[in-house]
Write a protein that binds this ligand. Structure first.
Ligand code: AMP
Ligand code: GLY
Length: 417
């Protein structure tokens, strides 16, 4: 199998790394890739992940026999539909099913139709109606832009004026706004992989979304993650599966949405049981970096099972270890940040102890690595105990240096989302 991974983040580096260890793989392309994926296969640097036409043309020209789409943008643009039309097998949902992520208004309709527990919510297209509702609700609310927003579309503030002004701004930009009850609890990210009929689940993980220590400060794409989650009781996971996962896959089948790919369940475990916050139609970042190292089954075989409707028979073998990922970010992230920062020589820990995944880095002819994004690396520590994984992750994170580099020092702490 000669796969092409689409994207340039640490999630795609982890995907490429996992695929590169598969017995089935005879070559590997990453479009556009980063300095980390360049060591695993061929980067197709000139290809943008969102240039659907160019990716399809290249996949056909190079005889790629499986495309794994990392980010949501190309899925919403119809990359999988276009690949399928050209006869290139692809892992990722078609654009219609990508609406589960690309439209929070539609995903809420889906949750309601299949009685999937979620926060009480209403969708608005009129700013005055939104304002009246938010000012008279009498309880804490969250305001969400319906469309894709790269982590910037959810306003969780207790300040009603801020909720109103953000909601109005989203509507004025031409989007709908979902307003929902604020939920208290802890978050779980769960990934299902399906072939359109059957699915398998990967072990639950959690990411740390806020920039600051103790879950303070602005939201980010995720500053760290752990897998599995020691405080998620097995009976709570069973409840998540029976009330959220099962009805979702049943709903997808009923709705005729052939879903061949990864579905991400963003869940809040509350005192009233688990509630679904959102679907994403792809793997999470940084969750992928901690989930994939714990999968012992051949990932190429799993992808092949997805493409050949054989997920129901696929034996998922998992490591008993834990993984903890720490994101090393650029100065200023999640606000404005510089790129092109020169990275000091990177650590090379033994890969049963720690892994280093790059995001949007580039490498020059003389081997100098420079940053290109806000979240620049994920250092993943592994260990039989979460504490060992944590030590291994931080030992590695501390030696990933570039001007102004920083990371959260408290990944692995409980409830510090
Ligand atoms: P979403 O894109 O809907 O997952 O929201 C992004 C993040 O905002 C979530 O991961 C939560 O941390 C937070 N969030 C979203 N909805 C709620 C809610 N109803 N109550 C509390 N926090 C929320
Ligand atoms: N870590 C959250 C996401 O990938 O959306």
């Amino acid at each position: 199998m000669k796969p092409l991974v689409v994207g340039n983040g640490a999630r795609e580096h982890a995907l490429a790394w996992k695929l590169s260890r598969s017995n089935r793989i005879s070559g590997l392309y990453v479009a556009p890739g980063n300095a980390g994926t360049a060591t695993l296969g061929e980067n197709l640097e000139s290809l943008s992940a969102e240039d659907v036409e160019a990716i399809v043309r290249t996949a056909v020209d190079k005889g790629v026999d499986m495309v794994f789409v990392g980010p949501e943008g190309p899925l919403a643009l119809g990359l999988v539909d276009a690949l399928t039309e050209s006869g290139v097998p692809a892992i990722g949902p078609p654009a219609e099913a990508s609406r589960l992520e690309a439209s929070k208004a539609e995903s809420k309709r889906f949750m309601d139709a299949y009685r999937i527990p979620t926060a009480a919510h209403r969708t608005f297209d009129d700013p005055d109606q939104l304002e009246t509702y938010v000012r008279n609700a009498g309880r804490r609310l969250v305001v969400k832009k319906s469309g894709l927003a790269a982590g910037k579309g959810v306003i969780e503030s207790e300040d009603t004026d801020l909720l109103v002004s953000a909601g109005r701004a989203f509507i004025e930009e031409g989007d709908s706004v979902v307003v929902e009850t604020h939920l208290d609890g802890y978050e779980i990210s769960l990934f299902g992989i399906s072939d359109g009929r059957d699915y398998v689940l990967l072990p639950p993980c959690t990411d740390y979304k806020k920039a600051g220590v103790g879950g303070t400060g602005p939201n980010t794409g995720g500053m760290g993650a752990i897998c599995p989650v020691p405080w998620l009781a097995p009976k709570e996971l069973d409840l998540i599966i029976s009330t959220i996962v099962e009805p979702t896959y049943r709903g997808l089948r009923d709705a005729g949405l052939a879903y061949r790919g990864v579905l991400y369940f963003g869940i809040m475990v509350t005192e009233d049981g688990p509630m679904l916050l959102e679907y994403n139609v792809r793997f999470g970042d940084p969750e992928t970096q901690v989930v994939l190292p714990l999968l012992e089954s051949d990932f190429g075989n799993l992808c092949d099972a997805v493409l050949h409707n054989a997920v129901g028979e696929f034996p998922v073998r998992l490591s008993t270890a834990s993984a903890l990922g720490v994101v090393i970010a650029a100065p200023g992230y999640p606000s404005d940040y510089p790129s092109g920062l020169v990275v000091s020589p990177l650590p090379q820990p033994p890969d049963n102890e720690a892994l280093v995944f790059h995001a949007a880095t580039t490498i020059s002819a003389d081997g100098t690595i420079t940053t290109g994004g806000g979240r620049c690396f994920t250092a993943v520590g592994l260990g039989e105990e979460l504490l060992t994984a944590r030590t291994n992750a931080y030992t590695t994170a501390k030696t990933i240096c570039f001007p102004g580099s920083w990371f959260r020092p408290d990944i692995g702490g409980r409830l510090f989302g």
